[in-house]
Design a protein around this ligand. Sequence first.
Ligand code: AMP
Ligand code: GLY
Length: 416
Amino acid sequence: MKILVVGKGGREHALVRALSESASKPELFCFPGSEAIFELAKPVDADGLHSLVGWMLGQGIDLCVAGEESYLVKEEGLANLCEAAGIPCWGPKKEAAQLEASKEFAKIFMQRHGIPTGWAKATETLEEAREAIGGVYPTVLKFDGLAAGKGVAVCADEASAEEFLHEVCTERRFGAGRVLVEECLVGPEVSVFAAVSGPEYVIFTPARDYKRIGEGDAGPNTGGMGAVASRVLVEPELMERIEREIVQPTVAGLEKDGLGYRGFLYFGLMLTAEGPKIIEYNCRFGDPECQAVMPLVSGDLAAFCLEGAKGSLDAGRLTFDEGWSVCVILASAGYPASSRNGDVIRGLEKVEGARVYHSGTKRQEGAWATNGGRVLAVVAGGASREEAVEKAHAEAAKVDFEGSLRRGDVGRMHFE
Ligand code: AMP
Ligand code: GLY
């Protein structure tokens, strides 16, 4: 079986590694990939989606796995182009990927299918947004488009709301687009992942990520500074409720709307006092949640995704470890406002009994060096959360580079 994975970050490194460990032992390729990923998957000579699909046809690729979301909505859409070429794709078509690409589309979808979520209003102008906020704080403002994780602001007061609206509506920081004014939901957050193939779904191990840069959730939002995953993160009764009230109606809604979803679907949830509510969908696995979840999955992920891409899911192909997994991110100095490249990474060879996934690294004079904001993910498992936490931090502490940033409370905050 020949599989191409699309993407280049730590999530794709974890996906490629999990696929490489699949019982069916696929031959792997990655586009655009990274030097670390190329240790497990061959690079692809392509430039743009059309040339990529042409390359897949030429190579006889059996399955395309979409890691990163941007390709799903670029040009005609990765999955659409794969379908036209007769190549199974594990990732949704452009029409369905609007669930992530457009916050307004997702909100209308949730409302139409009776899926619990916060109140929201789409606004066109600064004045309309102010009116929708109506002086009620905190409020949540969202740019209606892909904004690399920077398009959401939870505003505690008028000053921060005005600042965000100014950036979006006046400076057009993310380009043209509407702003969604949303009710601010309160409660613990949890990320639930499902593999979806038409009307069928399989729920993976849930996770919780650490979005802010600083310990105790201080400072600005990032792509994610760590994650913790375990089956027992969510109580069984609550998971049943999430499945009944959110996952099932979403999958049924996708079918009803003729969107024919295939791929991983990420439910960003808030566990409010009134019950679980959905904040957002992402049409992919989470990053860094994927790095935490994948080590808990064994069996044949490659065969599972291939069958899913062709229209059926066999949960029996996979086994989910009952333990805990903790992922600690090492980020480069200045992240998330900026990042540094070219700092030599030391100590990787000392890491034992933990997995290291590369998010932003490059080879430099025979050594690994930083090449981006998030640099590495160090992931350790354990029968208990404490065991996994201690191990992940102990191993992450062995790795270092100039100005490296790590949250010491990953796996601890929210639990202790
Ligand atoms: P998103 O890009 O939609 O995932 O939003 C990023 C983060 O903003 C989420 O993980 C939440 O922490 C927060 N957030 C988004 N929407 C809401 C909401 N309606 N209420 C409270 N917090 C939210
Ligand atoms: N960790 C959050 C995300 O992948 O969107």
